[in-house]
Design a protein around this ligand. Structure first.
Ligand code: MCN
Length: 797
């Protein structure tokens, strides 16, 4: 079932071949068009006044000076938007969680709740004029106490953000399987069991896409139509939400996501800013552009992670896990972002069994309002946190029992399975061979030799550490029925149209909306492989709701599984029609027509054949069609997968730590991942590497810092440390191939695995390095200062 190897062998088939990304030439030569490149006749510019307070009452806003500033066309506050714009909805409300979906107005009404909350918007002839006029708006605030830590926010006496959310509790959601209380009671009363505990802080992160958010809104009043160019990962969802907020019919809204320079989840939500651009355009009947600066984005674009977790793991003394219990306080920020509540619940709690047999699991997840930027999906979204939690506890268990960390994992990994495996959280994994990825990783790094090297280094007074994580994750989001059942306010199917022209060239229209992942290449490979058309004859079109069929977006590593599934099925419809038309043209029975590599021929008579291009021509001109067959060669499929996909793998990090100054060097990183058959191994490798680097960022460098008053201290790239290339080793990417039985291509997602597995393997490596010094935990990011302090504390203890 599982094929092992260091990147799969290149094939002569285009599926599986590492052809170069077709989108790169335009991205690298400046030919790409981003939202901020859009220029329309008569276009004006919006700038948004943001609250400097984390929590304050607005006593009054004086806009008179700003209104008369040069070039200013209008200044709007909530007095203008109230009753015109509806609150921005939270579109993922987990069931049975007593969720408090508090109103989130595009412009703050009476109270501001985080530094960056939008208070007023200025529209002027130029961006400079709009920005200058912001300074002339006088807001009379009465500052109020703020709270930024999600656990502290639930303490009695904490400042309250919303009248209708007592104790700042946004929701309480429970995942439970087996009988966890009984498992822990048994462990407590038995000599043959151990319990390990930890408090884990998943620090808050800022997504850093290359392109900041931007919007251009054009209200065509005569038609009652709104066109919104927007840096969106999911233009069709944006259309849906825009309709709810503005009240314009969905059929009168066109969302266009031109080239989008990355998102990592941060361009999923509908934001106040985009809706304000639409509002201003409707008021002024002129096109309006708004583009965030980097530091504005740090305040007003969603953040990720932000958990405080208390975790217990029970196991027998021979290392078999019997139960896992977690209490999680997940910061939601000041309002519930579009998908925010789904992240620490469905995408996190349901993964508490990971790749292991854990019979008894319970997680109590509290979503908490704090006076901070709203939190939503950031690469991995919930699954890096779940993997961290499990893999940290595995290492603590190994240390407690004095068993090798790899061995402890082996004792608990789920055995290989090809078609469905139920875990205690209620999920059914599709297929997996977890041992195989761990074996390959161990073999590749020569684990016994690595441990020997570590011993030698230690004997010479050097602190080298080896960290391992084995993971599996839930992605390829569908099916829609499950989406509905878990409170997701939409579907999770995809659609794709394949359109052949008479000349044999092909346009592919897809609902997904890639923004860096490379589907213009891999989707062309799917079509080329299925239909034998050269890849250069295929163009993949996405990102415009007026042109492309419905799609639910590019996130949750779902585009290839679900969008690719729809596309594969469309190509197969084309092939079937081709067979019927070829049979007619070749005067043979359909059963006698064989199809291979773009050719239809009569079985046993290969010279009697038609190419797919011949068929495309004949179908399009329709001179000689079989009775009842429609003209044209085009197919659309709406595809809803029967299950999620569950990629998996094993990652190994090797670090050295300088105990004198706390400085960490990441010496080596090995990623073994299994995403099923790879359409393009070079793209897959790039995805893994990018994800690993982001995960390394969380372990070693990145972290949002708010002061106690809710001021963002890491408000620019000078203060927020994204990973830099020279700090990273070559990332060695290997893979195994275990097909998923649950989608037409057998593929699994790969876009997030790197960020899911890497943070904790690096963290585990650092703790492993410092074990001789007695260090057992350090808060992330593992800055030299923190590492040094932890060493001093351990020495003093
Ligand atoms: N692929 C493949 N074979 C497979 C699986 C995937 O060749 N078996 C290819 C795909 O066809 C695609 C790429 O790998 O070209 C990633 O595919 P997939 O795993 O389906 O993920 P999505 O396209 O749905 O992308 C979403 C995922 C997420 S959730 C985040 S966050 C993320 C990521 O992708 N954000 C990114 N990768 C990113 N890459 C870039 N450059 N920019 C981002 O913002």
């Amino acid at each position: 079932m599982t094929r092992l190897g260091v990147t799969p062998t290149m094939t002569t088939r285009i599926f599986g071949s590492g052809i170069r990304r077709r989108e790169d030439p335009r991205l690298m030569t400046g030919q790409a068009a981003y939202t901020d490149d859009i220029k329309l006749a008569g276009m004006v510019h919006a700038a948004i006044l943001r609250s400097p307070h984390a929590h304050a009452k607005i006593n009054g806003i004086d806009t008179s000076a700003a209104k008369s500033a040069p070039g200013v066309l209008a200044v709007y506050t909530s007095a203008d938007t109230e009753g015109v714009l509806n609150p921005i909805p939270c579109a993922w409300q987990p069931p049975d969680s007593d969720i408090k979906a508090v109103d989130h107005h595009a412009l703050a009404v009476d109270v501001v709740r985080y530094v960056g909350d939008a208070v007023a918007v200025v529209v002027a002839e130029s961006r400079y004029q709009a920005e200058d006029a912001l300074e002339l708006i006088n807001v009379d605030y009465s500052a109020m106490p703020a709270v930024v830590n999600p656990k502290a926010a639930m303490d009695s006496g904490a400042p309250q953000l919303h009248g209708d959310a007592p104790n700042n509790q946004a929701f309480h959601w429970v995942v439970a399987g087996g009988d966890t209380d009984a498992a822990f009671a048994e462990a407590a009363g038995s000599q043959n069991h151990v319990v390990v505990t930890d408090t884990i802080i998943q620090q808050r992160l800022i997504p850093n896409a290359v392109e900041p958010r931007s919007a251009v809104a054009n209200w065509q009043f005569a038609m009652g139509e709104l066109t919104l160019w927007s840096t969106s990962q999911n233009p069709h969802i944006a259309r849906f939400l825009c309709s709810l907020v503005t009240g314009i019919g969905e059929h009168k809204i066109r969302i266009i996501a031109v080239d989008v320079g990355g998102g990592f989840g941060s361009k999923i939500p509908m934001y106040a800013d985009e809706m304000l651009a639409a509002f201003c355009s409707m008021q002024l009947r002129r096109p309006v552009k708004w583009t965030a600066t980097r530091s504005e984005g740090y305040l007003a674009t969603i953040h990720g992670r932000d958990h405080v977790e208390q975790v217990e793991l029970a196991a027998t003394k021979d290392g078999k896990i019997t139960g896992l219990r977690a209490e999680v306080y997940a910061g939601m920020g000041a309002y519930l972002s579009t998908a925010g509540p789904g992240v620490p619940t469905i995408l996190h709690g349901l993964m508490y069994s990971g790749p292991y047999e854990i019979p008894n699991v319970r997680g109590d997840i509290y979503g908490v309002f704090t006076n901070t930027t709203p939190v939503d999906a950031y690469r991995g979204a919930g699954r890096p946190e779940a993997t961290f939690l499990l893999e940290r506890m595995m290492d603590l268990l190994a240390a407690e029992l004095n068993v090798d960390p790899v061995e402890i994992r082996r004792r608990n990994l789920i055995q290989p399975f090809e078609n469905g495996h139920d875990v205690s959280t209620g999920l059914t994994y599709d297929s997996g061979n977890y041992q195989a990825t761990l074996d390959l990783a161990m073999q590749h790094v020569d684990y016994p030799a690595l441990r020997k090297e570590q011993e030698k280094e230690r004997s010479e007074g050097h602190y080298m550490g080896i960290g391992v994580s084995t993971y599996c994750e839930i992605c390829g989001l569908g099916p829609s029925q499950v989406a509905g059942a878990v409170g997701f306010g939409g579907g999770l199917w995809e659609s794709a149209t394949v359109r052949f022209y008479a000349t044999g060239k092909v346009n592919v229209y897809v609902g997904i909306s890639p923004h860096g992942q490379g589907e213009e290449t891999t989707f062309a490979q799917i079509v080329s492989d299925e239909l034998g058309v050269p890849v250069d004859d295929i163009e993949v079109i996405h990102g415009d709701t007026d042109i492309t069929p419905m799609g639910w977006g590019t996130y949750g590593s779902r585009s290839t599984v679900v969008g690719g599934g729809a596309l594969a099925l469309s190509t197969r419809k084309i092939r079937d029609k081709g067979i019927a038309l070829a049979a007619h043209l070749l005067e043979a029975a359909e059963e006698d027509i064989q199809y291979e590599d773009g050719k239809f021929f009569v079985r046993g008579s290969p010279d009697q054949s038609k190419t797919i291009q011949d068929i495309a021509l004949m179908a399009n001109v329709a001179w000689n069609m079989p009775e009842g067959m429609e003209p044209g060669l085009e197919a659309t499929t709406f595809y809803d997968p029967p299950n999620f996909s569950y990629p998996f793998g094993a990652h190994v990090a090797v670090v050295s730590v300088d105990a004198d100054n706390g400085h960490i060097v990441l010496l080596r990183y090995v990623a073994v991942d299994d995403c099923g058959p790879q359409i393009n191994p070079v793209i897959v490798e790039g995805q893994v590497q990018g994800g690993v680097v982001q995960g390394a960022g969380q372990a070693l460098w990145e972290g949002v810092v708010y002061d106690d008053n809710g001021q963002l201290l890491t408000g620019s790239m000078m203060d927020y440390a994204v990973p830099k290339a020279h700090l990273l080793p070559n990332i060695e990417v290997l893979s195994t191939v275990t097909p998923s039985p649950h989608n037409p291509l057998g593929v699994k997602g790969i876009g997030e695995t790197g960020s899911i597995a890497s943070t904790v393997s690096i963290y585990n490596a650092v703790i492993d390095a410092l074990r001789p010094l007695g260090v057992t935990r350090i808060e992330m990011p593992l800055s030299p200062q923190r590492v040094w302090q932890a060493i001093q504390q351990a020495k003093g203890a």
